[in-house]
Design a protein around this ligand. Structure first.
Ligand code: ZN
Length: 227
């Protein structure tokens, strides 16, 4: 353990927890202290300079001492839901090729807002079928790094106006779905599954009108079918 900030935020030298960013909430779970007791971690955020991941202990928790060895246990069911939903939102981007103006992710569903030229042409059932097809095709998801300069030279890679890609460290991670990003390719710092089949059963649940051209498109994970 490296240090505790004034609000009980615990910084470690390494972490498996995802810190809130890009419309995706931070991970929660447990931290086991050196004496074997365990404290609940309510959420995870970035420190002021984004270089540090800060684990926020539940209020009143007994905090570890500097230098103490601790072990993190991720709330995996929640995180895996986030990974499936987040990856499905990339597929939504692929099916709705318009600028993204906002978004939100939860473990069982998510949404993106788009500025669409001809919004009346967007149909819930057609989109659902398109998603289903991309999931069934089991496209691989891979990552590669490019420099900030390469990203600046290819502004078309940036799909979202609301979440700026995490630049400043000199390099940016590109997430590619399908061979050479044939399905979707964009800079992203979030968490993804390894291939689209892992997303499982999913559907577009609602398309809401937020403005003349703006539409909020929601998707949700459906209950697993036992086959
Ligand atoms: Zn992503």
């Amino acid at each position: 353990m490296l240090h505790v900030n004034e609000r009980g935020g615990i910084a470690l030298d390494q972490s498996i927890f995802y810190a809130t960013g890009g419309g995706q909430p931070g991970d929660n779970g447990n931290m086991t202290l050196a004496n074997g007791s365990s404290i609940a971690i309510a959420t995870t955020v970035y420190g002021v300079d984004r270089n540090q991941i800060v684990h926020v202990a539940q209020e009143g928790a007994h905090l570890p001492a500097i230098g103490e060895q601790v072990e993190l246990t991720l709330n995996w069911a929640r995180r895996y839901g986030m990974m499936r939903v987040h990856t499905a939102l990339h597929l939504m981007c692929a099916l709705v090729p318009f600028p993204v103006t906002g978004g939100q992710i939860s473990p069982d569903g998510g949404r993106l807002d788009f500025d669409i030229d001809n919004p009346d042409a967007i149909d819930k059932d057609t989109l659902s079928a398109g998603l289903e097809e991309l999931v069934r095709a089991d496209h691989l998801i891979s990552q590669r790094w490019i420099t900030d300069a390469e990203l600046e030279a290819n502004p078309g890679l940036v799909r979202t106006m609301s979440v700026k890609p995490p630049m400043g460290s000199g390099r940016v991670r590109l997430i590619a779905i399908g061979e050479d990003g044939a399905i979707d390719l964009q800079p992203c710092g979030g968490t993804h599954v390894a291939s689209t089949a892992e997303i499982g059963n999913i559907a577009i649940t609602k398309i809401e009108k937020k403005g003349k051209n703006n539409r909020r498109i929601r998707l949700a994970l459906l209950e697993e079918q036992v086959s």
